[in-house]
Design a protein around this ligand. Structure first.
Ligand code: SF4
Length: 301
């Protein structure tokens, strides 16, 4: 039996669902039940009736699925698939910011650890960050851990003061895009679409700024545009090309999230066979983090 068939048989036998982020390897995307961005996957995780959730992504995503499904077994195929951006922020940094800005709510990007989420008032994704911040009555809002996303929110919500924590927090994959990439994209023609984790000058030089889920919607809404320059992780080009095979999606081949690429079909098979590696979140962190995530799910996109 091929590895692919073995995985599909195991999945059925164990009543499992496979969720995969848009940045996963093509073969993982191909075998997943649902492929999406952090928001879409966290929403699906909260709705699934399957007994086991196998999360092909990085640790904070699997933690989020576990927080939303405390009674289910959540597995991550590679234990050390981490997000350096998420790991850059600590609960102590959040507490220090709260002391410096009393009364300011804490909005944390979903790319944060469960321990940090437990210190937040509400979670956001790049898809709904503006909506979440706008929904708050306070005029001063602490936002972490991505300073580029915080700057994007600031531009979209000028009547509030956004306080980024930690200063300069960034995703190394998105922060690599430069003016030269914009120039190269302009020279190739087509529309430039970048992720809000890119630097402010890249956001300003692009035609559209959108989350990965938002990129799919934008392409869908502009069927007449056939060439797109995608300034995010490389595998988003695979995802889009699969959905829109007649379109051209230019990506930067070296814009790779190393941790997202750790998961292979062999890891996925082992994960299902041995039911490893189970994601465990302590009950006190789980409860506090869940209330911040659920607040986001209520506000929605
Ligand atoms: S692409 Fe960036 S933000 Fe996303 S998981 Fe990788 S390091 Fe973290």
């Amino acid at each position: 039996m091929s590895r692919k068939n073995r995985i599909l048989t195991l999945k059925k036998a164990k009543d499992a669902i496979i969720l995969a982020h848009n940045y996963q390897r093509p073969e993982i995307q191909d075998i997943a039940d649902i492929v999406g961005d952090s928001y879409e996957l966290s929403r699906e995780a909260s709705r699934t009736s399957s007994s086991i959730i196998v999360f092909c992504g990085v640790q904070f995503m699997a933690e989020t699925a576990k927080i939303l499904n405390p009674e289910k077994k959540v597995l991550i195929p590679v234990r050390d698939a981490m997000c350096p951006l998420a790991d850059h922020l600590t609960p102590e940094m959040i507490d220090a910011a709260k002391k410096r800005h009393p009364g300011a709510p804490v909005v944390l990007y979903i790319n944060s650890t469960a321990a940090c989420k437990a210190h937040a008032d509400v979670i956001c994704t790049s898809a709904n960050a503006v909506k979440v911040v706008k929904s708050l009555p306070e005029t001063e809002v602490i936002v972490g851990p991505d300073a580029n996303l915080a700057a994007y929110i600031q531009g979209m919500v000028p009547d509030k003061k956004i306080i980024p924590i930690p200063p300069g927090g960034h995703c190394y994959v998105h922060d690599c895009f430069s003016k030269e990439d914009l120039d190269a994209a302009r020279a190739q023609g087509g529309t430039i679409i970048c992720h809000p984790e890119c630097r402010t000058e890249i956001q300003q030089g692009s035609d559209v700024v959108a989350s990965t889920g938002g990129m799919i919607r934008v392409v869908h809404e502009h069927e007449d545009v056939r060439t797109w320059n995608i300034l995010t992780e490389r595998e988003m080009g695979y995802r889009l090309k699969k959905l829109y095979p007649d379109h051209t999606f230019n990506v930067r081949e070296d814009a790779i999230c190393k941790d997202m690429k750790k998961t292979t079909l062999a890891h996925l098979q082992s994960s299902l066979e041995k039911e490893q590696f189970e994601v465990i979140v302590s009950p006190d962190i789980m409860e506090k983090a869940r209330s911040a995530i659920e607040r986001m799910l209520v506000i929605g996109r």
